[in-house]
Design a protein around this ligand. Sequence first.
Ligand SMILES: N[C@@H](Cc1ccccc1)C(=O)O
Length: 503
Amino acid sequence: MELSYHEKLTLIKLGEIGSCKVEELVERTKLDQVAVMRAILGLQSKGLAKLHEKHFKVVKSTELAKKYAQIGLPERRALKILVERGKISLDDLKDVLSEDELKPIVGLLRKEGWASVRKEEGKLVLEITEKGKQALSQKRPIDKALELLAERSEVEASEIEKLVSLKEIKRRKIGDEESKSEREVEITEKGLELVKTGLELKEEVSYLTPELITSGKWRNVEFKRFNIKAPVKVTYPGKKQPYRAFLDKIRRKLIEMGFIEMEAESLIETQFWNFDALFQPQNHPARDWTDTYQLKHPKMGYLPKEELVERVKASHEHGWETGSRGWGYKWDPRKAMLLMPRAHATALSARQLAKGVQIPGKYFAIQRVFRPDVLDRTHLIEFNQVDGFVVGEDLTFKNLLGILKRFAVEIAGAKKVKFLPDYYPFTEPSVQMSAYHEELGWVEFGGAGIFREEMTKALGIDVPVIAWGIGIDRLAMFKLGIDDIRYLFSYDLRWLREAKLVW
Ligand SMILES: N[C@@H](Cc1ccccc1)C(=O)O
């Protein structure tokens, strides 16, 4: 049987006396009250000790009791005078009794049979009796009760009641009644046996310290077991915003998979990087104000170095050196300069390719993007995309599907994936990917494809680039257990405190 150090110590001490009050065990073990109680309860649950709770009444002495113990009860004080003088009037008692005490004194003395009472010349006269003469040297039960109370200040009611009634104590205002309980512990047969067979009392420690290790003392101590299932007070330590934590986990995963994070300096982009560099024609309907936001002020930004702009222009107009015929229209640099909040994270991929990349190389970005929509439970005008690409000599469409599948498994925890043909102006071929989620069913996960040569060549890349863009907010909703996408940005303290992130 496994006993804690406190339990062992308590059991050994209890074994020495068999049974005692909890307080006594506190004294004997030199542990604090809480530790002893916990040990006793532990021993009790193992059948080694029993805790009995006793309820009883006590009488607590009052200030008056202490005073009376010194100067004597009123009737005794009166008796003293009587004994001295033999015969007195009430006035003679005024020096030794207060007004309150004076009132009932005649009745008291008579009841005790210590004095006879007569009227002489219209005045009450008290005269000592034989009994009265003896009384001074005798203790009545009430005198004994008073002594007890004065001595101990708290006496078990049953003890007092052997002398006088509690009613009498109260009437004389020398004691107040109070209920008390006392806990007594008793060792059981089983406990006694265990003590007899000898318990090894090793020092128990709760914390492993450097000193314990370096001194080698750890060999001689016992490590306290923690009950990690014990209920505790709920606390809300500071933590990351749940959605932020989710995004950070995705970032971590991608970094672990060997991806390099792309930089994004701002949320604002020129149309050049959002569209033109991606071979998206200037008359493409997605460039319309209904599909993207436009910046009112300032309206325009800067284009990159001329050489690059020229290549992009040539690609759009006639396909440049790619063998493609391009889109066959007059490319307008002023349109490319318009500023907008970034509408997809693929803009960052274009920027990275133009900046230069490691070949082979893998890149990603987690980016806030903006698109006009009507806000509701499942739509926000801003959301997050994870975009990325892999660049390398021999990459094929098959590699793309393999990577996407891995993503769906690693990021979404999907068991199955499905690819459907799709269209994007910047990829050929293009696919749309859906991931099967146990609870959500088929979830559209994102788009992907091989970047068109008209795009990559203009950006200075001569090898295949496979690319994808994934929307992760629906996944976040699921992981965070919410059914309203607006909650991702909620200030609701309760949600912020309690939202769980199970990866
Ligand atoms: N940018 C596309 C996704 C995509 C990225 C890269 C390649 C193909 C498609 C979107 O926002 O839907």
